[in-house]
Design a binder for this molecule. Structure first.
Ligand SMILES: [Fe+2]
Length: 425
């Protein structure tokens, strides 16, 4: 984030012009009129020259006094407006920083985003973020910004640590003025669940004696936003980690339950990921595609071996799987994908017989990859088909069983060798 150029707002420029016009109409014009009346009607009737000079002097004094008052008022107004503009700029930068922190994806990026924001919001030569690992641990520097941040840190290592420990124990902003050749410093606590978990530190530019109230207020706000961003990103990482491991466990359990087709879910996910990328799916859809590919047959867990083989009962695994996922709030979006993974492009699939683009794209991709893996894998009840033969069957079913666009993406991957014979079991 770069420091903003100071600028006079359109509002303050307009106010300045209005004040000038008001002064001209309210003071200058009446004074000219008064001078004219004096010269034309009053002075000719005054016989004494000294009295005449006194009257002229009085009018000139009023004029000068009014001019001096105007300039004094204008100076005060300009200073206030400049301060207001600076505060507005700081607020706009703070909003930019809040946006940047809100979009932090990984917890480790939050401190660095905070220190960069400090450089944009305060007159600082460097900014540091210090965090402790667990309660009682000495905080360590996790991010630094500023051209000479490393040199500055070496020089100020002790005051930085002192300030950090001070704000962590008090939970409040700590300020140090410029003294003994050391620059002014400010430290704000990174709030934690029970107590502060670290500090965000600003080292002022050499010509700054101390940080202003609005600058140190911005530092406190940034530390708060940084802590929230860090906490949210940590939660997301824990959530991702949880889902990855739970999915692994479910896939393993499903493999053991099915018995006849080990590794099917994992292979379908590998093919589906390649097809999804080829079709330009964004990261969110790719994540949904990945997890729903792994779990597409999860409904089989509730079917006995004889039910899995029975053409009357086996199709139920789509609805059972959809319901299982629909009950888990964070997997709700996977439910319709799993429900429809056996639908056909021409509408002759199951469970609902929907057709074309009504079938979720992720389901159409999984449907093709599922069929390809079933054809190319050997199981206890069938021999694997040769790779080329399976590719031909996929091609032949474009427009009937499979979405022609998905088939085209699959074929492109086969042509370029991204899906090849070594991928099949
Ligand atoms: Fe299935």
């Amino acid at each position: 984030m770069s420091k903003r150029e100071p600028r006079g707002s359109i509002f303050s420029q307009k106010l300045d012009r209005v004040a000038l016009t008001a002064y001209f109409l309210g003071a200058v014009v009446p004074l000219i009129a008064l001078g004219f009346m004096l010269e034309r009607f009053v002075l000719p009737t005054v016989p004494d020259r000294i009295v005449s000079l006194g009257l002229i002097g009085l009018v000139l004094s009023i004029g000068l006094l009014s001019l001096a008052s105007f300039f004094a008022l204008r100076r005060t107004t300009r200073t206030s407006l400049a301060q207001m503009d600076a505060d507005n700029d700081r607020l706009a930068s703070l909003l930019d920083a809040a946006g940047a922190l809100a979009s932090v994806e990984f917890a480790e990026d939050a401190p660095g985003t905070s220190t960069r924001a400090v450089m944009g919001l305060t007159p600082s030569q460097a900014a540091f973020a210090l965090l402790r690992g667990h309660a009682g641990e000495t905080p360590r520097r996790v991010a630094a910004s500023g051209r000479d941040a490393e040199k500055i840190e070496q020089k100020l290592v002790e005051p930085i640590l002192e300030l950090t420990q001070l704000v962590m124990s008090s939970g409040r902003l700590a300020l140090r003025g410029k003294s003994n050749g050391q620059p002014a410093m400010a430290a704000a606590p990174f709030p934690g669940e029970a107590a502060p978990v670290g500090a965000l530190i600003a080292i002022a530019d050499a010509d700054v004696d101390e940080f202003s109230a609005s600058e140190s207020g911005a530092l406190v706000t940034l530390a708060g936003l940084g802590a929230v961003a860090h906490h949210n990103a940590t939660l997301r990482e824990e959530q991702r980690n949880f889902f990855t491991h739970v999915t692994d466990m479910l896939v393993t359990a499903l493999d053991a339950h099915l018995g006849y087709q080990t590794g099917h879910g994992t292979r379908v996910a590998q093919f589906a990921n390649k097809v999804g990328r080829q079709m330009g799916l964004d990261d969110d859809r790719m994540e949904r595609l990945h997890f729903s590919s792994l779990l597409h047959d999860i409904g089989m867990l509730k079917l006995q071996r004889h039910q899995q083989m029975n053409p009357r009962t086996a199709p139920k695994h789509t609805m059972i799987g959809g319901r299982m996922l629909d009950r888990i709030l964070l997997w709700k979006e996977l439910a319709p994908i799993v429900l429809h993974h056996h639908e056909w492009w021409d509408g002759s699939g199951y469970p609902e017989g929907v057709a074309g683009a009504t079938i979720p794209l992720e389901s159409r991709i999984i449907g093709l990859c599922d069929a390809f893996d079933a054809m190319t894998s050997s199981s206890s009840y069938q021999d694997a088909e040769p790779f080329e033969h399976a590719v031909n069957e996929i091609r032949a079913a474009a427009g009937t069983q499979f979405d022609p666009d998905v088939v085209a993406a699959f074929e492109a991957l086969v042509r370029e060798g991204s899906i090849c014979e070594s991928d099949i079991s």
